[in-house]
Ligand binder design. Structure first.
Ligand SMILES: Cc1cc2nc3c(=O)[nH]c(=O)nc-3n(C[C@H](O)[C@H](O)[C@H](O)COP(=O)(O)OP(=O)(O)OC[C@H]3O[C@@H](n4cnc5c(N)ncnc54)[C@H](O)[C@@H]3O)c2cc1C
Length: 294
């Protein structure tokens, strides 16, 4: 028999359900990961949850609020909304672009930002821009609430740091000073609906003299969880952008990947691919900013 479906009518009711039976319940947002996982598990080992708690209609999780230079995005906002929202496109183009690269239009209609973080894939295309932009998540349970950097919510491939009674209610992002100086892309096996082999999110800012004054760079699928390329960020700060610098940045990124993930057979492909992707991404981010100033 399948799990009992519970359509949550309010946030309080959802949190109460998780408080009482979170260990037997799977939260359901868009279902694009949960339903696939349940099918596979059912066939393989029969680990189907007792309850499916549908949070996709809760208003608090569907809202987008702008205040000053910040946005809060509900945990159950689908990528289709994020890719097409004019204000997100204007102030957080990195997130809008990454959202537009997820799955197909049908998948993006259902798939949510909270679900992407909940699934904790090292290749999550919604996670990398959040990590680059230092986003925080508001996590709630019947016990209370906490704000956590998104980077800390992912612990290892497929595992998040949420307790069984916790829900991601929203994400908080500050607007970068030069939104257009950004880049997102991913490398995958084929161009259609495929999981990224590697993805990269870059957000830069340049000062009046043309030097890099802010660098926020995150990569997915090169570490066990999406993470910042801190050594690359430090290398870039205060430097004038040029191709030689970006090539060194690519080398540094590959070095970081090897240090964290170790030398494995996939590195023969991944190291040169990452070098090129980082150098290309930085060039694109800078070029966009220059173009905008012209
Ligand atoms: C054909 C196809 C193509 C895909 N392409 C991509 C792609 O290009 N890039 C990519 O990154 N992913 C891709 N995915 C994976 C998937 O679509 C994303 O991970 C998506 O963001 C999951 O969101 P969802 O709302 O469907 O999550 P669900 O499947 O509903 O949930 C996923 C997990 O998160 C938990 N969860 C959901 N919402 C919350 C919340 N608010 N608080 C706490 N936990 C929560 C659930 O319990 C579950 O464990 C693809 C999937 C399919 C089927």
């Amino acid at each position: 028999m399948g799990p009992k479906y519970i359509p949550a009518q309010s946030l309080e009711e959802a949190l109460d359900t998780l408080d009482r039976q979170g260990d037997k319940t799977r939260v359901l947002a868009g279902g694009t990961d949960v339903m696939v996982a349940m099918r596979t598990h059912r066939m393989e080992c029969g680990t189907v949850p007792e309850f499916l708690l549908d949070i996709s209609a809760l208003p608090e999780l569907k809202e987008i609020h702008f205040k000053d230079n910040q946005v809060s995005i509900g945990g159950a906002v689908p990528f289709r909304v994020l890719e097409s929202h004019p204000e997100i496109q204007k102030k957080w183009p990195l997130l809008a672009r990454a959202s537009s690269r997820i799955g197909s239009p049908q998948v993006r209609q259902l798939a949510t930002l909270g679900g992407n973080v909940g699934s904790a894939s090292p290749a999550g295309d919604g996670i990398t821009p959040l990590v680059a932009l230092s986003a925080e998540a508001l996590v709630r349970s019947a016990r209370g609430s906490r704000r956590v950097p998104v980077e800390d919510l992912i612990t290892s491939p497929g595992n998040n740091a949420l307790a069984v009674d916790e829900l991601i209610v929203s994400f908080f992002l500050k607007a970068p000073p030069q939104p257009e100086a950004c880049f997102f892309d991913k490398i995958m096996r084929r161009q259609a609906v495929a999981i990224a082999r590697m993805n990269l999110a870059v957000q830069l800012a340049l000062d009046a003299s043309g030097k890099i004054s802010a660098a926020q760079i995150a990569a997915g699928a090169i570490f066990p969880r999406p993470g910042r390329l801190t050594e690359v960020e430090q290398l870039l700060l205060g430097q004038k952008p040029d191709e030689k610098l970006f090539a060194v940045a690519g080398e540094k990124a590959a070095g970081m990947m090897l240090k964290v993930s170790g030398q494995r057979s996939s590195m023969d492909y991944k190291a040169p691919a990452l070098k090129k992707l980082v150098a290309w991404g930085l060039k694109q981010a800078v070029r966009k900013d220059f173009l905008k100033q012209e």
